[in-house]
Design a binder for this molecule. Sequence first.
Ligand SMILES: Nc1ncnc2c1ncn2[C@@H]1O[C@H](COP(=O)(O)OP(=O)(O)O)[C@@H](O)[C@H]1O
Ligand SMILES: Cc1ncsc1CCOP(=O)(O)O
Ligand SMILES: [Mg+2]
Length: 276
Amino acid sequence: MAEQEETNPWGSKSWSYLSTLRQQSPLIQCITNLVSMDLMANTLLAAGASPAMIHSILEIPDFTPHTQSVLINVGTLTPEWLPAMKAAAGVANQFGKPWVLDPAAVGASGFRLKACLELIELKPTVIRGNGSEIISLSMASIGSGKGADSLHESSDALEAAKSLAKSSGAIVAISGSVDFVTDGQRVVGAHNGLPMMQKITASGCAVTALIAAFVAIDPTHAFEATASAFSVFGLAGEIGMGSAKGPASLRMHLIDSLYALDQETVLHRVKITSFS
Ligand SMILES: Nc1ncnc2c1ncn2[C@@H]1O[C@H](COP(=O)(O)OP(=O)(O)O)[C@@H](O)[C@H]1O
Ligand SMILES: Cc1ncsc1CCOP(=O)(O)O
Ligand SMILES: [Mg+2]
């Protein structure tokens, strides 16, 4: 697959998403796993969004209509949570709000796979997983990952992602050394980030939430919003690593760097290329 370098229109696009996010501070409802809640909420706050970890089915009719987007992550799924996830996706659809699915550890069990396939029937705007998760979803089969971690490179999942995008109508995003985004036809890769980010639990969950926030800014351009969110998060990691000693301090410095990202840095250091 040939890679085409672009002179960086993505830098200004990414800055536009981030600066608008800071101005508008959209409300993002997160129905997410128990591991990720803290990092996810702090990532969204540092980026400028307003997170709310509200997941009771009793609250969805009142609350979800007031959100700008919804994030659904199945990382610690139980049968009790699934109806709330489906209800929130349904309300988001009813009110014309985007919603984003993170199929965390989808290959772990038939229960989780079936739940994710049912959620995909409810038309997520974006699906973001690691390589193994996207392969599991696309093949509708379990066993391809290692719990929440990937056994695949993101590039291994590219054809699976295209196929999933075509069958679901969602933008499909694969995280990894290169973060790929596809609508089934177009493919771009975001190159920012560093391997140490895999050593922070819920970093994948956090970037999916950032995608939900960027998509809230411009729901009609979910492809561009997704690629931009990947790059901005990766760039915050790169800058944070300059002050970090390991995963724990990287977690802290990544959040600080996301909060402090300025226009010049985003314009010059975002690296997104087209693959065709
Ligand atoms: N090898 C790598 N090089 C650079 N960045 C990476 C690498 N692996 C993962 N990342 C980044 O780490 C974050 C989490 O991705 P990943 O570990 O693939 O998700 P998950 O936690 O869902 O498995 C993403 O922002 C991704 O870009
Ligand atoms: C460790 C773990 N177990 C179930 S969900 C979860 C968090 C995984 O988060 P991420 O996939 O973003 O690292
Ligand atoms: Mg991870």
